[in-house]
Design a protein around this ligand. Structure first.
Ligand code: GAL
Length: 685
């Protein structure tokens, strides 16, 4: 090791050799750490002896070996959809939008892991590094002695299940680089190590309140009249909605993008954006980064792009200040200063497994000196920060969607999503993403049955974004859940449509009623670094039985969401220590819980002695509106609930104009909270 620096209390940087020039921490999007908040965390001991880390440069790049004890379990590595616990596995962190197996491929891989021993490790690289998460042993570690007879297995599972548990290590194999910086985040607990990482990155994002409302993405071919018709229909039907997302058809050309409104489909787009705002809708625009020759951006970006086209468009080098400015200024002047509130940043990942190859090759060259591999790792983050700037410059506090991300993502107000559609994977994504300070939505697109539809909607109630992504169907999903039939205009019987509509309304209203609770959870993410959605193991690392739970998560401080998937009638699962109450009925449980929810019910459990503020559901969030709260008290001695009050939509909270306060079972609000909240009722369970 040639450098060891303590960056902040409990955060150390270790350097070996000469790191590459283009690494995540040196990108413009790496924000200053929140030092004050880091200083408030308990100072941790050194998580392990740094002198024991072994660094080996070589012709293929470099290699790190980090100590790992037998009882440690490893989590994180970005948005992993296929498994939660990585112990004993090899993970190669390639950016890829459609992983075919549990290998580490991901929309948003991040060279960052956390251990149940209460520390985290970030490897500052944009390379496709491979992590061997325990299980390997150096030659000579097995003592010589008399040969013991091994047992003979006749079953593959048994054959390959043996895991080396002692004298193991974490190996990180980094291509190309001849040196690397490693950041170690101390705990002492796992949650505190994650918080240190989030705060080191600048704290978590605080979405505008409207971003926590309901999102509906309209069909890709919809025109202005159809979008306006849908907006009216949702209000008429009492379906809550805050954001309407327009898909590729808003542009004169997409794949690659012109970044111009289509004159045929949206002849009077400015009037449409304004009239949607009058009806209480925010507008989100779909795009990707690839710039078509017909775009006004093309000539400015030609010399500032990579040397390969994607879908006949340029790949702008957003790591250069010039390309970033050009892209951000254009978005500010054309969209965000004209009433557009947010964007969906599609296809900034990569794909190896679909029929037509898309995205640029890893061997591409970019003007900044980045190669294609590095650009794939960084593009999602570069893109988010550029669009975030365009919004900020127009005074728009945004919340958007993105298909790729990496290290330093916590402050970015963007939620990851995917074309993959296995519901179990989508649920696992919520469990996993919190480790890397990422947000993920298990969005709804279409459904195989009413049960599938309802379960998919329910799984979003306590997630970062409630998103009905109906981009491939011209009619609302409650008319017809099957995409082909929906496109063909073949609708479900009227009675079934009404039933689905009523179920939709109820689930979306449940989401709306939890906005104050979720908003507070995000405020704690921003201020204290606590991920709003967390795997159970993050809060309870010593409970062996919780370490592999991949279908339930903690939401905010006190709720435990247990979404079901279609075909799953019942489940027995271990609860974290203490008494947990059924959110809906108030029934107390501890130890193992057996759940058998009706179709209408999303199982939610509440930690004992807490107060959950539940708002009267509205059809949308109005800027600065008052929430009428019912305080639901669970347990004999409920602790006060926390609430956050700012205007909910501007950047004023960054200048300290946001207030964190508490309300107890007496229902008396501190004056600063009365600007946004009223207590209508206190209920005891
Ligand atoms: C996909 C994206 C979908 C939709 C579609 C439009 O890549 O994941 O949500 O936007 O593109 O073409």
């Amino acid at each position: 090791m040639n450098i060891l620096v303590q960056k902040q209390p409990g955060i150390w940087m270790l350097r070996w050799g000469q790191p590459e020039e283009h690494v995540p921490s040196r990108q413009h999007y790496a924000k200053p750490p929140r030092n004050e908040a880091i200083g408030r965390l308990p100072a941790p001991p050194l998580p392990f002896e740094f002198g024991k880390i072994r660094f080996t440069p070589g012709p293929r790049g470099c290699r790190l070996e980090l100590p790992m004890a037998a009882e440690e379990d490893i989590y994180g590595l970005g948005l992993q959809l296929k498994s939660v616990c990585h112990t004993g596995k090899k993970r190669t962190l390639r950016v890829n939008s459609d992983p075919v197996a549990d290998t580490g491929d991901s929309h948003a891989p991040a060279p960052l892991y956390f251990s149940t021993a209460g520390y985290g490790v970030m490897v500052d690289t944009a390379r496709y590094a491979a992590f061997y998460c325990g299980g390997q042993r150096r030659v000579g570690k097995t003592p010589s002695g008399p040969e013991a007879e091994g047992s003979i297995a006749l079953d593959e599972e048994e054959l390959y299940s043996s895991r080396t548990t002692d004298d193991t290590m974490m190996i990180v194999d980094i291509p190309v680089a001849q040196g690397v910086d490693v950041y170690v985040f101390g705990g002492p607990s796992m949650l505190e190590a994650v918080r240190r990482y989030v705060l080191f990155c600048g704290g978590g994002c605080l979405p505008p309140e409207w971003g926590l409302g309901v999102w509906y993405r309209t069909c890709g071919t919809h025109n202005q009249g159809e979008v306006e018709g849908l907006a009216d229909e949702l209000r008429r039907e009492g379906i809550p909605c805050d954001v309407l997302g327009l898909e590729p058809g808003w542009q004169s050309r997409a794949y690659s993008c012109s970044f111009r409104w289509s004159p045929e489909r949206f002849p009077d787009h400015q009037r449409m954006v304004e009239s949607l705002a009058d009806k209480g809708y925010r507008v989100n625009l779909w795009e990707h980064v690839f710039v078509h020759p017909s775009s006004p951006l093309y000539s400015q970006l030609l010399s500032r792009s990579g040397d390969f086209e994607v879908w006949k468009g340029l790949v702008p080098d957003l790591s250069t200040a010039e390309a970033r400015k050009c892209f951000a200024d254009y978005h500010r002047d054309s969209f965000t200063s004209k009433g557009v509130s947010s964007f969906k940043l599609d296809e900034c990942d990569n794909s190896d497994f679909i029929n037509s190859p898309w995205s640029f090759p890893e061997c591409s060259e970019f003007p900044s000196g980045l190669d294609g591999e590095q650009m794939h790792s960084l593009l999602g983050m570069l893109y988010q920060d550029t669009i975030g700037d365009a919004c900020r410059q127009a005074g728009v506090r945004t919340y958007g969607s993105v298909r790729s991300s990496h290290l330093f993502s916590p402050p970015q107000p963007f939620v990851l999503y995917s074309d993959l559609y296995e519901h179990g994977d989508f649920i696992r994504g919520v469990v996993n993403s919190g480790f890397s300070g990422m947000l993920w939505t298990p969005e709804l697109r279409h459904a195989a049955s009413a049960e599938d539809y309802v379960r998919r909607l329910q799984a979003m109630v306590l997630s970062p974004q409630m998103l009905l992504n109906i981009w491939s169907m011209p009619h609302p999903p409650w008319c017809q859940l099957d995409k082909k039939l929906n496109r063909a205009g073949e609708f479900l019987p009227a009675v079934e449509q009404e039933r689905l509509k009523a179920l939709t309304r109820d689930i979306l209203r449940l989401r709306m009623s939890l906005i104050p609770y979720l908003y507070n959870a995000f405020a704690e993410y921003h201020i204290d670094g606590i991920p709003p959605f967390r795997a159970l193991v993050m809060d309870y690392p010593n409970q062996e039985e919780l370490r592999r739970i991949d279908n339930g998560w903690l939401a905010g401080r006190d709720l435990l969401a247990v979404p079901f998937t279609a075909g799953e009638a019942e489940r027995t699962m271990p609860l974290p220590p203490g008494v947990w109450y059924d959110f809906h009925t108030g029934q107390a449980h501890s130890g193992d819980i057996h759940l058998k929810p009706s179709l209408e019910t999303l199982p939610i459990l509440v930690k004992e002695n807490t107060i959950i503020p539940v708002a009267e559901a509205t059809e949308r969030v109005r800027d600065g509106m008052h929430y009428n709260l019912t305080l639901r008290c669970y347990g004999p001695k409920p602790r006060p609930a926390r609430l956050f009050a700012d205007d909910g939509h501007s950047f004023a909270f960054e200048a300290g104009r946001g207030f964190h306060g508490e309300v107890g079972a007496d229902g008396v609000l501190p004056p600063e909270l009365t600007t946004r909240y009223r207590v209508a009722c206190v209920q005891r369970h």
